[in-house]
Design a protein around this ligand. Structure first.
Ligand SMILES: Cc1cc2nc3c(=O)[nH]c(=O)nc-3n(C[C@H](O)[C@H](O)[C@H](O)COP(=O)(O)O)c2cc1C
Length: 191
């Protein structure tokens, strides 16, 4: 099973990117034969959205490669920090380059904040996006509070809570993706 994790932050020392890497590790702990692709939005450096024909050939090639990765994934996980009461703007810019890639695709959502409310506003925006583009939204979502504690203090209460919630998120996501995959065997997700 192929799982793609899109880490949405563009900030150099982003904590939510550390969370995306922790989730990659967690998936492998649960099922070692998974094929996991971690896309770091910081490295994509996509321009602010423009018509496809205005992009450079190099940018078009990069977008084609991401599109191919999305199309071949059994699930897409989106990780966003909460910035100013919503998902990260750079993430939305990346997401806007694609559309058909999301249809019927199992999608797991992860919001990350240094505060105590788990990035609820970012989560709500991502859920509205997932619904709009016709993705299959996984029932279990992961909201990470006080992320600096999770990243810097592995034995803190926040870290312990994260490990437990991440375990459930990842195993539920695999189960959900498998159910959708089996149900889709007689159908194809056409381009
Ligand atoms: C521009 C900016 C806006 C932010 N806005 C919010 C916010 O609205 N709500 C919140 O809980 N945290 C907010 N934060 C704090 C982030 O939750 C915190 O930086 C956390 O580590 C996740 O972001 P990161 O991946 O960039 O580290 C903001 C951070 C930045 C840089």
């Amino acid at each position: 099973m192929k799982i793609t994790i899109l880490s949405g932050a563009t900030r150099e020392s982003s904590h939510s990117t550390s969370i995306a890497k922790r989730l990659e590790k967690k998936f492998y702990e649960i099922q070692e034969d998974l094929d996991i692709v971690l896309i770091d939005n910081r490295k994509l450096r996509l321009p602010v959205y423009d018509n496809f024909e205005n992009l450079t050939n190099e940018e078009k090639d990069r977008l084609d490669a991401i599109s191919g990765t999305f199309f071949s994934s059994d699930a897409l996980i989106i990780v966003s920090p909460e910035y100013n009461g919503g998902m990260a703007g750079g993430l939305k810019n990346t997401l806007d380059y694609f559309r058909k890639e999301y249809e019927w695709r199992p999608m797991g959502l992860v919001s990350v904040t240094s505060g105590t409310l788990g990035g609820q506003n970012a989560m709500n925006q991502m859920a509205a996006f997932a619904s709009y583009v016709g993705a299959c939204l996984a029932p279990t979502r992961l909201m990470v509070s006080q992320v600096q504690e999770v990243v810097n203090h592995p034995h803190s209460a926040e870290s312990v809570r994260f490990e437990k919630n991440a375990e459930k998120f990842c195993s539920d996501l695999l189960r959900f993706a498998q159910i959708i995959k089996n149900g889709m065997l007689n159908y194809s997700l056409v381009k």
